[in-house]
Ligand binder design. Sequence first.
Ligand code: EPZ
Length: 422
Amino acid sequence: MDKLLITGGNRLHGEVVISGAKNAALPILCASLLAETPLHLKSVAALKDIDTTIKLLDTMGVKIARDGSEVTLDAGEVASFEATYEMVKTMRASILVLGPLLARFGTARVSLPGGCAIGSRPVDLHIKGLQAMGAAIHITHGYIQASTLHLPNRRLQGVRYYMDMVTVTGTENLMMAAALAQGTTVLENAAKEPEVVDLAEMLVKMGANITGAGTDVITIIGVEKLNGTTHNVVCDRIEAGTYMVAAAMTGGEVKLLNARADLLDAVIEKLREAGATVTSELDTITVKSDGNLKAVNIRTAPHPAFPTDMQAQFMALNTIAQGVAKVTETIFENRFMHVQEMQRMGADISIDGNTALVKGVPFLDGATVMATDLRASASLVLAGLVARGDTVIERIYHLDRGYEHLEEKLNKLGANVKRISQ
Ligand code: EPZ
């Protein structure tokens, strides 16, 4: 397994290009199953999770051509309606084929995702929503067996459905299912994340009738069929936020290209509160800092509140900031696994339930640490960038799932990061 060797102490300077969003590309790739004609995508990042999704769709018979960050998907002749455990266990977002398969083909067999490092992450709301739309769903031998063959015209039926938790992929799955349903679906308490909006914008270009995406009530009037279109995947706000924190922590000045400040209000607010200077134009953001940061309290919640996917990164910032910060994680029940790794680097953090108390220390010491999940890994990279001496991060396959060309981008900004291939 590959490792990263980071020699800390360099201030980051220069420009970095932000890639297309992983969490927009995943549902958007699965939406190809809804279209009768080819879907052309641009800004699809070179990430492990993207590769996994493309492989899953390929096993179903979707014809896929990939050229750099451009991907064309033709679901004209899908032959299999199954996502196996082998596929789903490597990437839980495979559940996003369930809605499209049911909507277009009336049948699906998708493995239940197993647990995950950051929490149990059930998919009960996805299933309940589809059942509310008339789908017959049975869980047998670890698989979700779903069908609409008993319904009039074998089509899902529009419904008003209240999601009792805000779920990003749940909202996306049900929105895709409703796009081809008979009648109108109203999703209440819908997720408002920018990735949900990007998916909705693409579905509308494919011929769907969707209003309200980005608010907590999304209305979808089902249509008979959808066609392919061309779509440019929205920029990755979490990748952007990660580089912004890196600039602030190392006391540098970094300009992010292909980055939208309007997707990062809560993160920018907290960086300014910590003492960094953040300015932005249409699709660039510049972060400047002298490295002397103040501790900032963080409480994660659904968009537009502070994103859970940026919690670990701000935990890293707080380990070397002046003062004491309270970091509260309200979305996932076990998203503090980066804490014990940072403690090995000298961080002063104590955990009480879903809240961590971080007391800033003058410096961190480089150490060998272990990545446990995608964003925890990113936070260890940030800690390594400012630590005294060398940090070795093990199991960096987690990082490769969500950060495109990470070491190249960081080294171009003046960091000292080497990948050690085992
Ligand atoms: C999406 O996961 C993202 N992944 C996650 O990003 C992100 O952390 C999360 O949303 C929250 O913003 C993708 O978009 C591919 P949820 P998702 O359903 O949709 C509970 C990353 O680092 N829940 O919004 O799986 C769930 O347990 C990843 O890029 C149910 O109880 O998250 C959690 O506590 C990590 N039942 C909460 O809701 C359900 O049916 C929010 O989960 C669904 C969710």
